[in-house]
Ligand binder design. Sequence first.
Ligand code: F0G
Length: 482
Amino acid sequence: MDNDIAFFKGDSFPIEMHKVRIVQKLTLIPVEERLKAARAAGFNTFLLKNSDVFLDMLTDSGVNAMSDRQLAAMMTADDSYAGSMSFDRLKSAATNIFNKQYVLPVHQGRAAENILAEAFVKAGNIIPMNYHFTTTKAHIGLRGGKVLELYNKSAIQLQSEEMFKGNIDIARLENVLKAEAGNIPFVRIEAGTNLIGGQPWSLCNLREAGKVCRAAKIPLVLDASLLADNLYFIKTRELAEKDRTIADIIKDISKEADIIYFSARKLGCARGGLILTDDPRVNEIFMGLVPLYEGFLTYGGMSVREIEAIAVGLEETLDFDMIRHGPEFINFMVGELVKRGVPVVTPAGGLGCHLDAKKFIPHVPPEEFIAGSLGAAVFIAGGIRGMERGTLSEERNPDGSEHICDVEMLRLALPRRVFTMSQIKYTVDRLEWLYANRDIVGGLKWVYEPKMLRFFNGRLDSVSDWPEKLAQKFRKDFGESL
Ligand code: F0G
């Protein structure tokens, strides 16, 4: 999986195939200030001020580095409400890449999910998928639909040899489509499966899923938000695909899907979203909803500058050097942590490095939000902002009890082309220190819990003074240093 560059001596490591030409200054505040900032944010990394954050690994969404060609395209955007030439350019780029004739704009990924759910999901419907995503599930749930996850066992085994943990279980899919005939508006497959650690599916698995859906006459919807990483893994892990171009692999993926949507905050490295299909009836339904929720059909809530940037960003996704950067840096980070005994999700996926929170701090009970607690501790330890992926990100059960998540992870996202090798090494160092001091870390409890998507705005408190103890230990070990 290493890059094509060989080394004379020493270990191999990935190299950036781009150079940095615009920079943003960073500040690392002292550990006492980090502690204060964590408390002020209710120990929720979403509520931290970015000025208090050293390395922002919250997400890749909307914060990938943009290329010189993207920035140049933004200067030639055509600002018109209707019939913008910028949208024509985006449509043409998207059609060339995905080979679908109808292309509709939305302001981001979840807007596409809103439209999809509004168009197709009725109360009592079941929507099978390889794994849910938070916003997808919320939009389906809002219409009374239910998500049915058909993942293989390896998907939730955080340490595994399985190279395609994102695969859908084909036998179960086939059975469900029969048993629930008439009650399934579509099947959804998510590329680079986010909530299980950015894990891919194989093209072979997608083809089988496509076949089963076609036989049952049920549309297959592809969430392509994390397609870039999935493409990298298909090319590097699926033998039959290794000599094919990214452009050809995308076309084959696209053939299996009746509807494709994505967040262009991820795919295309800008800010926006698209929905694509070849079905004129489906397109017509969506055409009624896009102006209602998003904006006119040639901008859909996006600025024309972003539209230009997405067009170029999509074309750049065909460049293997571009899409390999994220997964190869993540693989390096995961490898360094494994060497040091720090528990992480393996094999390395896309999107980011995922810490296995249950193994990291096994003494914290699930009701005290294991991954959320680890997120607070990582920020105090290094000014590094991660994202909780566990019980905090779930909604409560209908009876009001906590829905304890199978998987508790802290995601340290690597937005594409943003962080340097030395920043990765710093992160590994701080995580090694934190792991050596893991016994100090304790749990969290709710102070304010919103009903919908509570992880965004909820506030928590520590169950004891463990954050203070952690900061004191840091000061003792690192002296006057940051
Ligand atoms: N689908 C997937 C697989 C996603 O990862 C996301 C967003 C969405 C849909 C929604 O897209 O944010 O543009 O509305 N993921 C972000 C993340 C929030 O941080 O992983 P959006």
